[in-house]
Design a protein. Structure first.
Length: 263
């Protein structure tokens, strides 16, 4: 599939998807979502990709939400179909085995916030703005915002954002645990690339095991979550990296992780 609404780039095991409709502040229309879905399938099938970065084209927006000109044509049934379609893609993003970083470089509103919170973590530029403004359109979030946001920042904080539709700054997002780090706009991609490379240098299997344990355990009770961790911990020993990492420590040298499995 050729891409017109996203830019897909892979370099040294790090994939970048850039939402690319800058004239519409990278709003999510059906065509863009189809392309995103296709790119996520490609990434899931590529064993050499270690980290994915999501960002927006231009200096104004990450994603300013679902495309309102499409939403304006919906009835209840088409809204249900669109929300299901969008949620399937956001779920696919969240379930990627590799680590996903959102580099939020401007407005991340509605579906933009919802995509960013399905990533493993968010680095944001100083001019980034987050929010769930659907209430101002007579709507509610439909790509997971009513479910993921309360789990991430707490129920009442999420309620305030969703009920008022107000935007918050990157600094406010940082204070409430939505944004890991706020960075000057012209440094954002360099900083994101730096952390992506650091993560990519770790053991592939242990990264996946850690992500699985956190994502599968977060909505379970503690005892179920701890059992999930035991299995994921055991899984990390399926890789030669466990032997390499522990041996390298004892030999006082830097570990060289290959991601190879024990035969
Ligand atoms: N959809 C379509 N076009 C958009 C969108 C959008 N979400 N956001 C901006 N644009 C377009 C504008 O129409 C404008 O186009 P044009 O130049 O042709 O007039 C261009 O982008 C630039 O925008 P502005 O001139 O408005 O730029 P400003 O800097 O003045 O304002 C804002 C920037 C504050 C971001 C403003 O554009 C805005 O409020 N945008 C809408 C934000 C919004 O409400 N997003 C939520 C959408 S709903 C949603 O995401 C629900 C997701 C789940 C759906 C579930 C399906 C059922």
């Amino acid at each position: 599939m050729g891409y017109e609404n996203i830019i897909y780039h892979v370099e040294e095991g790090i994939a970048t998807i850039t939402f690319n409709r800058p004239k519409a502040l990278n709003a999510l229309n059906s065509a863009l979502l189809e392309e995103l879905s296709d790119a996520l399938d490609k990434i899931a099938a590529d064993e050499d990709i270690r980290v994915l970065i999501l960002t927006g084209a231009g200096d104004k927006a990450f994603v300013a939400g679902a495309d309102i000109s499409e939403l304006a044509t919906f009835n209840s049934l088409s809204a249900k179909n669109f929300a299901t379609f969008g949620q399937n893609i956001v779920n696919k993003l969240q379930k990627l085995a590799i680590i996903v970083i959102a580099a939020v470089n401007g407005f991340a509103l509605g579906g933009g916030t919802e995509i960013s919170i399905a990533c493993d973590f968010i680095y944001a530029s100083e001019n980034a703005k987050f929010g769930q403004p659907e209430i101002n359109l007579g709507l509610i979030p439909g790509f997971g915002g009513t479910q993921r946001l309360p789990r991430l920042i707490g129920t009442n904080m999420a309620k305030e954002l969703i009920y008022t539709g107000k935007m918050i700054s990157a600094a406010e997002g940082n204070q409430m645990g939505l944004v890991n780090k706020v960075i000057a706009s012209d440094q954002l991609m360099d900083e994101v690339m730096k952390v992506a490379k650091e993560i990519a240098s770790k053991g592939k299997v242990s990264l996946r095991a850690a992500k699985q344990a956190i994502n599968n355990g977060i909505n379970a009770d503690l005892s179920t979550g701890l059992n999930i961790e035991i299995d994921a911990f055991a899984l990390s020993f399926a890789s030669l990296d466990a032997k390499e990492g522990t041996t390298a420590f004892l030999e006082k040298r830097k570990a060289n992780f290959t991601g190879k499995l024990n035969q």
